[in-house]
Design a protein around this ligand. Structure first.
Ligand code: IPM
Ligand code: MN
Length: 398
């Protein structure tokens, strides 16, 4: 069979380091692929006023599957100031290229698994019955609707007349905001469609069925956000009743869920949420399994097969200047395993996951985060593994 082509999108900062090391691991595991690099991120915003150039979109259109490192996003003013001379007069507005990719390709399904590794010193612990120290085994799969809701981009400050007039047709708007001058109003919309809501719910239930999770929890806020959250929960009830009677449907509010994170995280299986609450709850669970060094994700469009796999951490710009890269590559390696699963290379994925698990449980090679050090340039001197050494350790197990 022809070699598989994977688009590599290193992006900014330490995204480059973790991606490079991950490709070494993939090679060592026997994944036969060619990597073509796509331009994305801050560098391209500064130099060409577009962090997601069309050529990168074309590349992904052609090859479908990408590994993504990380990107840097800065606030509006900083984004403007850093633009190359000649671009500043063009009225360009920075927007996150990863959100851009999600929108452009309709990558509406985002899966973020959070599963604790045995022996990870960063695993969440709590005091249990009789004051024993309890280390609950977390194994959740979070499904985040990835294109709609608060990320739909439909928002205004000082909204146009027509929008304002439409808002004024709502009695609650008149009552609560009717006295506020239009110029003093900012509006961000939270739009849910039935189609996308059904797709994310089905993806969650299918996953629960396929991997034997006993429950699907809708994590929203239907008691207050009645229309959108309410619609999602109602649709979940119907889908569960008609198609997945053997899987329990639970309903939690996002705020309560964040509290239960530290009370009974082991209770949850599959969690499904809209875009923003999915963003929040996935960071929450990631914290229980070691934080950003361990949080991986997949985002895909099941119809077109376009898929982007990325660690959920950022680009950590200040670490990018260190002579030796110190960041933990496991989240990126795990994201690559999700990619392998997606393209039916499950055998190689399992091999890599086993190697990672062995390195962690052995505990001889640990990056600075796993040693609870703060991320300074001298951590390797002090005994922490570098990004490369961690990848080497995984490769040695392969
Ligand atoms: C994530 C990140 C992104 C998001 C940012 C970088 C735009 O937090 O992937 O979770 O908010 O979705
Ligand atoms: Mn996030």
């Amino acid at each position: 069979m022809a070699k598989r082509t994977i688009v590599s999108l290193p992006g900014d900062g330490i995204g480059k380091n973790v991606l490079e090391e991950t490709i070494r691991v993939l090679d060592a595991a026997g994944f036969d692929a060619e990597y073509v690099e796509g331009d994305i991120g801050w560098e391209f915003w500064r130099s060409e006023g577009n962090p997601l150039p069309q050529r990168t979109i074309d590349l992904l259109e052609k090859h479908k599957v990408a590994l993504f490192g990380a990107i840097t996003s800065k606030p509006k003013d900083a984004a403007f100031e850093e633009l190359a001379p000649g671009l500043q007069e063009k009225g360009l507005v920075y927007s996150s290229p990863i959100v851009g990719l999600r929108q452009h390709f309709g990558l509406d399904i985002c899966l973020r698994p959070c599963k604790s590794y045995i022996g990870n010193p960063l695993n969440f612990v709590k005091r249990g019955v009789g004051d024993v120290i309890d280390e609950p085994a977390v194994d959740v799969a979070i499904f985040r609707q990835n294109t709609e809701g608060l990320y739909g981009g439909v928002e205004w400050s000082d909204p146009p007349e027509k929008v304002y007039d439409a808002l004024m047709t709502h009695p609650k708007f008149v009552k609560n905001f009717g006295d506020t001058p239009k110029e003093e109003i900012s509006v961000s919309t939270r739009i849910f469609t039935k189609k996308a809501t059904e797709r994310i719910l089905r993806a969650a239930f299918d996953h629960a069925k396929k991997y034997g999770y006993k429950s699907v929890t809708v994590c929203e806020k239907p008691n207050v956000i009645r229309e959108t959250s309410g619609m999602m929960y109602k649709m979940a009830q119907q889908i569960q009743k008609e198609e997945y009677p053997n899987i329990e449907l639970w309903n939690t509010n996002i705020d309560a869920q964040m509290m239960w994170l530290t009370k009974n995280p082991e209770t949850y299986g599959v969690i499904v949420a809209g875009n923003m609450f999915g963003d929040i709850v996935s960071d929450g669970f990631a914290g229980l399994i070691g934080g950003l060094g361990f949080a991986c994700s997949a985002q895909f469009n099941p119809d077109s097969g376009v898929a982007v796999f990325e660690p959920t951490h950022g680009s950590a710009p200040k670490y990018a200047d260190y002579e030796i890269s110190i960041v933990n590559p496991i989240a990126m390696i795990e994201s690559a395993c999700m990619m392998l699963d997606f393209i039916n290379e499950n055998g190689i994925a399992a091999k890599i996951r086993k190697a990672v698990a062995e390195v962690i449980s052995e505990g001889k090679v640990r990056t600075y985060d796993m040693m609870k050090m703060s991320g300074r340039a001298d951590v390797v001197e002090k005994g922490a593994a570098s990004t490369t050494q961690m990848a080497d350790a995984v490769i040695a197990k392969l």
